[in-house]
Ligand binder design. Structure first.
Ligand SMILES: Cc1cc2nc3c(=O)[nH]c(=O)nc-3n(C[C@H](O)[C@H](O)[C@H](O)COP(=O)(O)OP(=O)(O)OC[C@H]3O[C@@H](n4cnc5c(N)ncnc54)[C@H](O)[C@@H]3O)c2cc1C
Length: 443
């Protein structure tokens, strides 16, 4: 019986486990969280933390796109596919999806609560997986489903600031916002993470700062357009085409959504210097149009902007200094000049850091030559199946799913793309014929 170890028990881990068990594998899923299945995004119980995608996009099953809608209707019969429900609901759905794997194929899935620290090539064709609790697992294949790494510290946050409880390096750590002291709060970043934090700190005066001062746009009723994108080999042609389509249809959301299935092919067609140009000049604008807020979230944020309790600034946090009373003084340089103010808390909402720097397991894989940074160092070097390549060679049984494929792919962080990747990976493994008994004979 072939054994796959899935590292990570978030959405990617759940869909990987489902697909691998369906195709005959025994799966051991490793994740340190007490409630595996939810990962970072869906562990929240706050009712104001909503999915960023409508219910209709979020099924775990590529063959049954209505699966999540049907699940929601068992909770609330009035749910529509276009609704944006609580992320906590989605966490419950993923937990049930994981449980269902065991019900369908009893004994094929083991969930081990723990953190994988090293992965070695074994003497047979497979891999040896080491966990921090000392457990050692033999695997015929390993799937890295580790999600996004922790953010980098902003440059202005020196060691003296990083030590303070008023400085929150990673707002995704469990319960970390519960300890935020009373008083004004500074968010560094204005993306979806900043929006989430602002909703959690509803009674505070909040300033959110980023270079461009751009908030994600809101979802609105829109129809995904069937588009035939241009064979663009430059960012300029691509943008020109998008603007043209948006003007013709009067629905930029429909155009952005229609482009989504084509986007990775378009991304790969761009020469490397054009990809770099996109990352430098366009990516931030692209992201705020592509990764949108649920309408209810956008309405809450807009109300707070109107009453002045949430301010967004374009600028740079160029200095952070600890004050004797535990607060942090921040110097912000923006269009209107420089201002200095004391904050009860400074929260780093800059988004995920670089995987090959910030993730300890990935760092060890790179050091051991089993993995290497991929294009633009956004993720890992992988082939079209997600097979991970190292400096010197490819460990044929090590695969990456989701965010770790960023760079080779662009659209690789949301549920619809990841569930397709998991399906394709399971089929690829079938065709590769990795098989434990065959491996045993070579040991
Ligand atoms: C706030 C927020 C809202 C979002 N909303 C949507 C949405 O509405 N629709 C959508 O499609 N996408 C959404 N996303 C994108 C989201 O990232 C994906 O949908 C999906 O959850 C990614 O799951 P993942 O398993 O790849 O990563 P994660 O959820 O980050 O899970 C990774 C897991 O791996 C574990 N892990 C990491 N390293 C190790 C290790 N060494 N050993 C063992 N375990 C390890 C972690 O503990 C974690 O549980 C949202 C993301 C965020 C942050």
């Amino acid at each position: 019986m072939a054994v796959a170890v899935v590292v990570g028990g978030g959405f990617s881990g759940v869909v990987a486990a489902r697909e691998l068990v369906r195709t005959g594998w025994s799966v051991i899923m490793a994740d340190p969280q007490a409630r595996p299945g939810r990962g970072v995004a869906y562990s929240t119980a706050a009712r104001w933390h909503l999915l960023n995608s409508p219910v209709s996009a979020m099924s775990v099953d590529p063959d049954r796109p209505e699966d999540f809608l049907e699940w929601c209707r068992r909770r609330d019969p009035h749910t529509e596919g276009s609704d944006f429900v609580a992320r906590g609901w989605y966490g419950d759905y993923l937990t049930e999806a994981l449980r269902a794997v065991d019900e369908v194929a009893p004994g094929k899935l083991t969930v081990h609560r723990g953190t994988v620290s090293r992965i070695f090539e074994a003497s047979h064709a497979g891999l040896t997986v080491l966990l921090t609790d000392g457990v050692v697992l033999a695997a015929d294949a390993v799937v890295l489903a580790v999600g996004n790494p922790a953010p980098r510290h902003p440059i202005a946050a020196g060691d003296d600031v990083r030590r303070l409880s008023a400085y929150i390096h990673d707002p995704w750590q469990e319960d970390v916002l519960a300890g935020v002291a009373d008083g004004p709060v500074l968010l560094i970043g204005t993306g979806l993470t900043a929006v989430d934090v602002a909703l959690s700190l509803a009674d505070r005066e909040i300033t959110a700062v980023s270079r461009h001062g751009l908030l994600p746009r809101a979802h609105a009723p829109s129809v995904r357009r069937e588009v035939a994108p241009p064979p663009a080999t430059s960012v300029a042609t691509l943008l020109h085409w998008v603007r043209d389509q948006a003007a013709t249809t009067g629905d930029w959301r429909g155009v952005m959504d229609g482009l989504r299935p084509h986007w990775d092919r378009m991304w790969r067609r761009l020469p490397e210097h054009e990809q770099r140009r996109f990352l430098r000049h366009v990516a931030r604008y692209w992201e705020v149009h592509r990764h949108r807020m649920a309408p209810q979230v956008a309405a809450s944020i807009e109300a707070r902007r109107r009453d002045g309790s949430f301010r967004v600034r374009a600028g740079e946090v160029c200095g952070l200094r600890p004050l004797p009373d535990g607060r942090i003084e921040a110097v912000i340089r923006g269009h209107g000049g420089i201002d200095t103010k004391a904050y009860a808390a400074v929260i780093n909402c800059t988004g995920p850091g670089r995987l090959t720097d910030r993730d300890p397991l990935v760092r060890s894989l790179v050091a051991d030559g089993l993995a290497a940074p991929g294009p633009h160092e956004l993720g890992l070097a992988v082939d079209e199946h997600g097979t991970v390549s190292g400096r010197s060679h490819r460990a044929p049984a090590l695969f990456a799913l989701g965010s770790a494929r960023r760079g080779r792919l662009w659209e690789t962080t949301a549920a619809p793309e990841i569930r397709e990747q998991a399906r394709a990976l399971a089929l690829h493994l079938l065709t590769m014929g990795i098989d434990r008994e065959a491996a045993d004979q070579t040991r």
